[in-house]
Design a binder for this molecule. Structure first.
Ligand SMILES: Cc1ncc(C[n+]2csc(CCOP(=O)(O)OP(=O)(O)O)c2C)c(N)n1
Length: 587
């Protein structure tokens, strides 16, 4: 027999047992016992009180995305818990390991419509990998351990724990914490089926126009080195999704940058014309594929993913490989080396040429124009960024400008809400990333709309001394929607103007932080460099021209419908290419 401890104490000890010593969130009636237990753990467990539970969930995500370990957030029942929901859904769509916990009314009241009772089990069921509601304190050790394992094992994702108040105060035997609680399901497949790996190797070696697509699964598997080795072994050009930006150095000659709706022309062109596409830890979502009826029709698709449900979900797979990206890539590299054939150069050389042309033609800068173009702002920010610095984004044009124009060369250095596209993600997620990686600079690249959705977390930053730099591309509108209305709704602007934004400099100052307004391009670099010297968070309000973020293809359109930007005719270089509007078509 061990000592008798409370359910709340057991919860903290179990979190600590799994290396979770940081929580984000806000207290309230149904979670008071858990917060009370924190008082006995002031040395080994840090809690950061956010100003809104959505901020707590995104901060936990930012932490998890920066280091690949679960982030933890906590709230009270009812409204506290429902405020976590956006962050939980966000983590679900981007496969981010977080454990979200909220108090619940006592077990005898569940179902009574008691004060601050909401059915979070029902609400979170479709947006979590799993959820738990322990009804007795003895269940807590098993629940926490399984929550941890589920969030991390296989394809990561969020787990929700609904913790009734009386369960937190009941006692249990501390010996229960020493046991090991394994998951009942069968082991996750890490190694790819050798026959399929051999087929994949054959297809890659035969290919004339192969392209690798790296997704978030490759980041989670820490497969950067293996991906680089495969690409270099055969000279295969590499495109990444938004989730994987940086996993392949974007300065490498084989890098095509990001693909998809707002990707590079070269990446989209390569994918349209590929004869073999290797998807690694990506899910072929609609922002990447456009119209599924036309996507990859001339390619044999090899799809490597740890989640069997992803294979052939959206695109027909020629060689399916279920497994961990790192392990399978190692197998694939070994297999290819055994076959000892030399790489082909022609395709990658052409694409390398495209990238160069595209980079050159897309540049709009040089001079100190009266109004800053967002691309110019990105180019200045890119110059200031060190390799290990982390850029977190809000959602909108600024996010896509960042994706398109910032060059990242390390995994986990570009953190963004991809699947759910959650405005307001940037500031709190940047806060989480900074606490996870205190020694690197963390930038929050934000829009004036997105920033205002979770702006209250500036107070958290001030209080906790979390020093980040927010770069707001202030275009006075909900820019991305403005752009869609311009392009696809005959410029019928409905409710996209933000009218008067608050004075972000004064706002920063009101929170006791640094604020600076930048209206001319020449002011931006000094402002960024000064922000890095400041010992408190800085908000840089960059007034930008309300430009369209181009190139792009329309939602549901074909990749060949890619338009905008400045590169066009120069892309018609390869025999048998598919021609699109701007991808080599003669207009
Ligand atoms: C929570 C939420 N509400 C609404 C949207 C729809 N939406 C997508 S982008 C966007 C505009 C974003 O504006 P801003 O943050 O100013 O960035 P910009 O596009 O101007 O760079 C809107 C309203 C969303 N993605 N998330």
């Amino acid at each position: 027999m061990g000592e008798k401890i409370s359910g709340a104490e057991a919860t903290i000890r179990m979190l600590l047992k799994h290396g979770i010593n940081l929580s984000w969130g806000i207290t309230g009636g149904a979670i008071i016992p858990f917060f009370d237990s924190m008082l006995s753990h002031q040395k080994d467990f840090r809690h950061i009180t956010t100003r809104h539970e959505q901020g707590a969930a995104h901060a936990a995500e930012g932490y998890a995305r920066a280091v690949g370990k679960p982030g933890f957030c906590v709230a009270t029942s009812g409204p506290g818990a429902t405020n976590l929901v956006t962050g939980i859904a966000d983590a679900y769509l981007d496969s981010v390991p977080i454990i979200a916990m909220a108090g619940q009314v006592s077990t005898n009241l569940i179902g009574n419509d008691a004060f601050q009772e909401a059915d979070l089990m029902g609400i979170t069921m479709p947006i979590t990998k799993h959820n738990f509601q322990p009804r007795k304190a003895e269940e807590i050790p098993e629940v926490i351990e399984k929550a941890y394992r589920i969030s991390m094992e296989g394809r990561p994702g969020p787990v929700y724990i609904d913790l009734p108040k009386d369960v937190q105060t009941q006692s249990l035997d501390s010996d229960l914490l020493k046991r090991e609680y394994r998951l009942a399901h069968k082991k996750i497949t890490l190694e790819g089926n050798p026959k399929q790996v051999a087929r994949a190797a054959e297809e890659l070696l035969k290919a004339e126009r192969p392209v690798i697509i790296l997704g978030g699964g490759a980041v989670h598997a820490n497969a950067a080195r293996e991906a680089l080795e495969l690409a270099e072994l055969l000279n295969v050009p590499v495109a990444t999704t938004l989730m994987a930006k940086g996993i392949f150095p974007e300065t490498h000659p084989l890098s095509l940058g990001c693909l998809g709706m707002h990707g590079t022309k070269s990446a989209n062109y390569a994918v349209i014309n590929a004869d073999v596409l290797v998807g690694i830890g990506n899910r072929f979502d609609d922002r990447i594929t456009g119209n599924l009826a036309t996507f990859g029709k001339q390619a044999k698709i090899i799809h490597i993913d740890i989640d069997p449900a992803e294979i052939s979900k959206n695109v027909e797979t020629f060689v399916p490989i279920v497994g961990d990206a790192k392990t399978v890539l190692k197998q694939l590299v070994l297999e290819i080396k055994k076959l000892r054939r030399s790489p082909k150069n022609a395709w990658f050389k052409k694409l390398e040429g495209f990238m160069k042309v595209e980079a050159k033609e897309d540049i709009v800068i040089g001079k100190d124009d009266p109004v800053i173009h967002p691309v110019q702002a990105m180019q200045v920010l890119d110059k200031v960024l060190a390799e290990d610095d982390i850029v977190v984004t809000g959602v909108g044009q600024h996010q896509m400008f960042g994706m398109h124009y910032l060059k990242r060369s390390k995994p986990r250095t570009f953190i963004s809400s991809g699947g759910l596209g959650t405005m307001g993600f940037g500031l709190p997620a940047a806060m989480g990333a900074k606490v996870a990686k205190p020694d690197v600079n963390v930038f929050n690249l934000d829009g004036d709309g997105s920033f205002q959705m979770t702006v209250q977390e500036l107070a958290t930053m001030k209080l906790e001394g979390i020093n980040t730099v927010s770069v707001i591309l202030n275009n006075g509108t909900l820019g991305m929607v403005h752009q869609w209305l311009d392009l696809f709704y005959d410029s019928r602007q409905s409710q996209t103007h933000l009218r008067k934004c608050p004075d972000f400099v004064k706002l920063a100052e009101a929170y006791g932080l640094n604020g600076v307004r930048v209206e001319r391009l020449s002011e931006l670099e000094p402002a960024l460099r000064q922000a890095l010297k400041n010992d408190e968070a800085t908000i840089i309000d960059v007034v930008v021209f309300n430009a369209h973020c181009l190139p792009m293809f329309p939602s549901g359109g074909n990749l060949t419908d890619f338009f905008g930007g400045t590169v066009s005719k120069s892309l018609e270089w390869f025999p048998g290419v598919v021609k699109g509007k701007d991808l080599g078509a003669k207009e």
